[in-house]
Design a protein around this ligand. Structure first.
Ligand code: NAD
Ligand code: TDX
Length: 353
C-alpha cells in the first residue's frame, strides 16, 4: 500500500509511546509509522513485539540530543507529522540527575523543532508537530480547583521544569516561526508496559515479591489516574482534529490519595494471589518524603471533551484490575526489565530514604 503520510513517533519503545505506536500502526495502515527511540533503560522493543514486521512500521535507533543525526533523518524521511513522546520521565531520577533531563527533554525537543522547521520550510501548512507533555508543569494544587489550559506554569521538580521549558519552546516556534504545533498535558498514566519505577507497577511487583512498599511522606498526595490506552486515544483525536497552535488537557477525573490507591492495590492483590485479606498491607512502609513533592494534581479536560468529543473509556477499578492481571501474566517481561541495572537503581533509591 502506498503510504499517504509518514509519521515520526519519538519514544515509541517506552510506556505510552508503545501504546501510541500500536494504535497508529493498526488503525492507519496507509500511514508509514517511524518509531525513533534511543532505547534507554525505559525503552524496550519487547513492548512492541506484536507490531514488529508490520509493513507500515519501522524502528530507528537514535538519540534526539544528537542534532545532526536528527536533521539527517528528517531530510531523508520527509515526515508529514511528528508525535513527540521521547523523554526522561521519572521525577525521582530527575532529583538524582537533573542534567540528563535538560539534555533529552529540552535540547532533544529543540533539535526536533529545528529539524521540522528546516525540512518543512514554507510548506508547513499541512504538517504537524505534536508535543506530549504532563500536568506536572502546572505545579501543585491545594484541596480545591483543577488545572485548566489557562493555569500558569509553576513546575517544582527538575523533571517538570524540563518539560515546562520544552512546552514553552514548542509554543515559541509556533508563534515565532509559524511552525504548526500542538501540545497536550496529561495526568498520571497507568497500564501495561510501564517501567516498574513508577508507583503502580513498582508496587505490584513489590507486593508479588513480598518486598516493602515505600510510601513517600504520609501518602496523602493526590494524583489523577488515566488508563494509558485512553491517553493514546486522546493523542489520536488531538493529532487528527486538534486546532493548530492550541493546548489540550487530558485527564481521568479520577483522583486518589496515594495511600487509598495503595490499599486498594493490596486488597486486589491479596484476592488474586490467594492471600488472606490485609496481608499485603503489612508491607506498607512510610519513608522519607520526595523532595519538592507536589501535593495534588487534577486535570480539567472539558475543552478536549467538548471540542473534540474524547471521553475516558474505562472505569479506574476495572482498569486497575486489568493492569494487575497484565503484570501477573507477564512475569517474563517484568523479570527482563528488573534484571541488571534495575537492582542497583532500586537499592540506591531505597537506601537513600
Ligand atoms: P518512558 O520513560 O516510559 O519512555 C520514554 C521513552 O523515550 C523510552 O523509550 C526511552 O528510550 C526514550 N528516550 C529517552 N531519552 C531519549 C533520547 N535522548 N532520544 C530518543 N529516545 C529517548 O516515558 P512515558 O511514561 O511513556 O512518557 C512518555 C511521554 O509522555 C513523556 O514525554 C512524558 O513526559 C509524557 N507524560 C507521561 C505521563 C505518565 O504518567 N507516564 C503523563 C503525562 C505525560
Ligand atoms: O515508591 C514510590 N512511593 C511513592 O509514594 C513512588 C515511585 C512514588 N510514590 C508517590 C509519588 C507520587 O505522589 O506516588 C505518586 C506517583 O509517583 P510516580 O509514579 O513516580 O509518578 P509522578 O511523580 O506523579 O509522575 C508521573 O505522572 C506524571 C510520571 O512519572 C510522569 O512522567 C508524568 O508526567
Amino acid at each position: 500500500m502506498q503510504a499517504t503520510k509518514t509519521i515520526l513517533i519519538t519514544g515509541g519503545a517506552g510506556f505510552i509511546g508503545s501504546h501510541v505506536v500500536r494504535l497508529f500502526v493498526s488503525k492507519y495502515p496507509n500511514y508509514q509509522i517511524v518509531n525513533l527511540d534511543k532505547l534507554t533503560y525505559a525503552g524496550n522493543l519487547a513492548n512492541l513485539k506484536d507490531v514488529e514486521g508490520k509493513p507500515n512500521y519501522e524502528f530507528v535507533k537514535a538519540d534526539i540530543v544528537d542534532g545532526e543525526a536528527i536533521q539527517k533523518l528528517f531530510l531523508e524521511k520527509q515526515f508529514d507529522g511528528v508525535i513527540h513522546l521521547a523523554a526522561e520521565s521519572h521525577v525521582d531520577r530527575s532529583i538524582s540527575n537533573p542534567t540528563e533531563f535538560v539534555f533529552t527533554n529540552l535540547i532533544g525537543t529543540v533539535n526536533l523543532l529545528n529539524a521540522a522547521r528546516a525540512t518543512w520550510k514554507n510548506q508547513a501548512a499541512d504538517k504537524l508537530f505534536y508535543h506530549i507533555s504532563t500536568d506536572e508543569v502546572y505545579g501543585s494544587l491545594g484541596n480545591e480547583g483543577l488545572f485548566t489550559e489557562q493555569t500558569a506554569y509553576d513546575p517544582h521538580s527538575p523533571y517538570s521544569a524540563s518539560k515546562a521549558s520544552s512546552d514553552h519552546f514548542v509554543r515559541a516556534y509556533h508563534d515565532t516561526f509559524g511552525l504548526p504545533t500542538l501540545v497536550s498535558n496529561c495526568s498520571n498514566n497507568y497500564g501495561s508496559f510501564q517501567f516498574p519505577e513508577k508507583l503502580i507497577p513498582l508496587f505490584i511487583n513489590n507486593i508479588r515479591n513480598n518486598r516493602p512498599l515505600p510510601v513517600y511522606g504520609k501518602g496523602e498526595n493526590i494524583r489523577d489516574w488515566l488508563w494509558v490506552e485512553d491517553h493514546a486515544r486522546a493523542i489520536d483525536v488531538i493529532f487528527h482534529q486538534g486546532k493548530v497552535g492550541e493546548t489540550y488537557n487530558i485527564g481521568g477525573h479520577n483522583e486518589w490519595t496515594n495511600i487509598d490507591l495503595i490499599k486498594l492495590m493490596c486488597t486486589i492483590m491479596d484476592r488474586k494471589l490467594g492471600r488472606g485479606n490485609g496481608t499485603s498491607e503489612q508491607l506498607i512502609t512510610y519513608v522519607k518524603d520526595r523532595a519538592g513533592h507536589d501535593l495534588r494534581y487534577a486535570i480539567d479536560s472539558t475543552k478536549l471533551q467538548k471540542e473534540l468529543g474524547w471521553v475516558p473509556s474505562l472505569q479506574f477499578e476495572e482498569g486497575l484490575e486489568k493492569t494487575i492481571d497484565w503484570y501477573l501474566e507477564n512475569e517474563a517481561w517484568l523479570k527482563n526489565v528488573t534484571s541488571g541495572d534495575y537492582q542497583n537503581y532500586y537499592e540506591e533509591q531505597y537506601q537513600k530514604r
